[in-house]
Ligand binder design. Structure first.
Ligand SMILES: [Zn+2]
Ligand SMILES: [Zn+2]
Length: 453
């Protein structure tokens, strides 16, 4: 029998925590944090600290009380007694918090399997933003690459790379005694790494799966979307860079390497140099060995590393951390950018706007190239208002250029029809019913449900 329990990722976008009991093994597919995690009870500073255990989460029913899963330290002040874990492994699809964000709660003895790229990103983020990214302590972290076979009791997990807005993203084909199960993780096929997703879909189809767990973030597609492919983003960004009479400021997600590449290439094509801050340089540095298109921030001609004015005001090495000093040979400061703004495209974001006071841009353009989702909701309204005031103050023109990291309706339909499972279970979507239009046996699940096949 195949049993699937949805502790997260059902009836919601993200928060995937899917218990698979099959072939004598108990494993989790992802262990992510829901986007609405605790939002009814926690706000700003009113939230449990990193050292707090699970008591606050159990109090408000934010995480389920599952025996033999959580670590002893996390259970200390709860009424759920600690017992040795009975989980054979957690299989992570990619590094986004809605897939790894609750890993810090689980027992350190449970093996965690993740892609080597995912591990590199998590390590880099934990180094740069220790308060923000914390997967906790784990005694047994195992990395894999696409095509590996990982046996767990009577199952074999086969990770296959997919294209997503995160590098190092994987889906799984899981072979077992009563047939295969396929888990897509998050994916798209409208960017430069489309062939990754197509390889995954082909492998999944070959396994003739009993069950397909398919993400459906954009099953109703997105009527608001102005751009559908990464190529369209590249063209738009290049047009803005070519037409701009001043500095181009670019805001996009640090780990979206496809997007980085669109900006990096377009900057080069329009005679500009991309400027990354020291943190971004550090991330690129960690990924350059794993991803062919990532340039070396220590010596690349098309990429400069921005050093902020620090204590001594003379850009002296002693003012910067050791990991920042590594990029000193490729440094740029506000002075060069102020003198020759048309030569540069500067990576920026809300927390980096202060640099504009030194750069003093004229005729600048700002390309917002991230999901609008981050500026939705009441709590972000103030941020948006303040950002727009900064742009207005400096006379900067705002442009938007973004396409999703998730497959739209037609690509989801292509994936489902090609993989052709017996049973389809939509996950990571608010519109699971839509899948009934493309498959005959769709099982709709909500958080906490168990399905036995
Ligand atoms: Zn996700
Ligand atoms: Zn994702």
């Amino acid at each position: 029998m195949i049993s699937l329990t949805f502790h997260g990722g059902a009836g919601e976008i993200g928060g995937n925590k899917i218990l698979l009991e099959y072939g004598g093994a108990r494993t989790y597919l992802d262990f992510g944090q829901s986007f609405d995690f605790g939002e009814d009870y926690f706000l700003d500073w009113l939230k449990p600290g990193a050292a707090n255990g699970l008591e606050c989460y159990f109090e408000f029913d934010i995480l389920p009380k599952i025996p033999r899963l959580y670590s002893q330290a996390m259970l200390e002040f709860t009424d759920l007694p600690y017992e040795k874990p009975d989980i054979d492994g957690v299989f992570i699809s990619h590094h986004h918090s809605d897939h790894i964000g609750n890993l810090s709660f689980i027992d350190e003895a449970i093996p965690v399997h993740l892609g080597h790229g995912t591990k590199a990103i998590i390590d880099a983020y934990s180094e740069l933003f220790p308060g923000l990214v914390d997967i906790g302590d784990h005694d047994d972290i195992q990395t894999f690459k696409s095509g590996d076979r990982i046996p767990v009791k009577d199952l074999v997990f086969r990770p296959v790379h997919v294209e997503h807005s995160a590098p190092g993203a994987y889906g799984y084909v899981i072979e077992g005694p009563e047939g295969a199960i396929v888990y897509t993780g998050d994916f798209r096929r409208h960017g430069p790494m489309k062939s990754f997703t197509d390889e995954f879909i082909a492998e999944a189809a070959k396994a003739r799966p009993r069950v397909l767990l398919c993400e459906g973030t954009r099953i109703t597609s997105d009527p608001e979307a102005h751009f559908n492919t990464e190529k369209e983003i590249y063209d738009e960004v290049k047009r803005i860079m070519a037409e701009s009479r001043g500095l181009v400021l670019a805001e996009f997600s640090m780990c979206n390497i496809d997007r980085f590449n669109s900006f990096y290439q377009a900057a080069g094509e329009t005679g500009r140099t991309l400027v990354a801050d020291t943190k971004y340089a550090y991330i690129l540095d960690q990924l350059k060995e794993l991803i062919a298109c990532v340039p070396d921030p220590r010596r690349d001609d098309g990429l400069k590393v921005y050093f902020k004015l620090a204590k001594s005001c003379d850009f002296d090495g002693k003012d910067y951390k050791k990991i920042e000093r590594e990029y000193f040979p490729n440094k740029i400061t506000f002075r060069e950018i102020r003198e020759n703004p048309r030569k540069y495209v500067m990576f920026t974001g809300f927390n980096k706007l202060m640099e504009l006071v030194y750069i003093h841009p004229h005729d600048a353009d700002y390309i917002y190239s991230s999901s609008e989702f981050f500026y939705e909701g009441e709590e972000n309204k103030d941020q948006l208002r303040v950002r727009d005031n900064w742009l207005k103050h400096f006379g900067i023109t705002l442009h938007k250029a973004h396409c999703s990291g998730h497959a739209g309706k037609s690509d989801l339909e292509y994936a489902v029809k090609t993989i052709n499972p017996e049973i389809l279970i939509p996950i990571h979507t608010q519109n699971p019913e839509e899948f009934k239009k493309i498959h005959d046996d769709v099982r709709i699940v909500k958080r906490g449900d168990t399905i036995q096949i």
